[in-house]
Design a protein around this ligand. Structure first.
Ligand code: CA
Length: 230
């Protein structure tokens, strides 16, 4: 990244104090920051600035965040993180279906926001090769040797279970819908239904339940699953 131009972030948020707070976080992290206080301005700013990341509030005057997201997606694949004050599951589902890359619930901490921004931008760029081995307390998932190691001992797990767990654990605390998991783990040409995911999750849980209180495989009711870390 040395010598590269600073990354540009566009914040679309009508609450000035929140927008300013995010601006501070991002500037401190080296971003060049642009803001827009309504959806229409956000869209024109996105066209003008060509940001590397968009932080998009849902509750905006005139045109809400969903419409802005849909509109941006017509012309751009810029990573979008939705900012939501709500924790209602329908919001999460619609956000992901509309093409948002992630969402974060207000209030959030600077560290969490920055971590998510970097994760989303990394995924979007595909720049860094993803690590093939993940380690958590009492758990290692090694996709080179296809080994699942729990409390230091190798545990037998079919390849699809390994891939599913690896996929979830690669983005800790990110919620995946069943359909996303089907697409991303099984592939678009797979003719299964979402119960396939549930069955694999169930089998993984039987192996992982109670192993550590630092992480767990969580069901997010009405949405899907996440690998939660604390
Ligand atoms: Ca707002």
């Amino acid at each position: 990244m040395s010598g590269a131009a600073p990354k540009k972030a566009l914040i679309i948020e009508d609450e000035a104090n929140i927008a300013e707070l995010i601006r501070l976080y991002l500037e401190k992290d080296g971003f060049e920051v642009y803001t827009a206080d309504n959806g229409a301005r956000g869209i024109s700013e996105a066209e003008r600035v060509r940001p590397d990341i968009v932080l998009l509030d849902i509750m905006l005057p005139v045109m809400d965040g969903w419409d802005v997201c849909r509109e941006l997606r017509l012309t751009s694949s810029v990573p979008i993180i939705m900012l939501t004050a709500k924790t209602g599951t329908p919001d999460k589902v619609s956000g992901l279906e509309l093409g948002a890359d992630d969402y974060i619930t207000k209030p959030f901490e600077a560290r969490e926001l920055i971590a998510r921004i970097h994760a989303v931008m990394r995924r979007a760029a595909g720049a860094e090769p993803a690590p093939r081995r993940l380690e958590f307390p009492e758990l290692a998932i090694d996709m080179d040797s296809f080994e699942l190691i729990i409390r230091g001992a190798k545990v037998e797990a079919p390849p699809k279970e390994m891939e599913l767990l690896f996929h979830l654990a690669s983005s800790p605390n990110r919620v995946f819908t069943r359909n996303q998991l089907l697409d991303e783990v099984w592939g678009f040409d797979y003719f299964g239904d979402s119960r396939t995911v549930d069955v694999h999750i169930k089998r993984l849980r039987e192996k992982l339940e109670g192993v550590s209180d630092k992480w767990s495989l969580k069901t997010v009711w009405g949405v899907g699953y996440k690998f939660e870390t604390r």
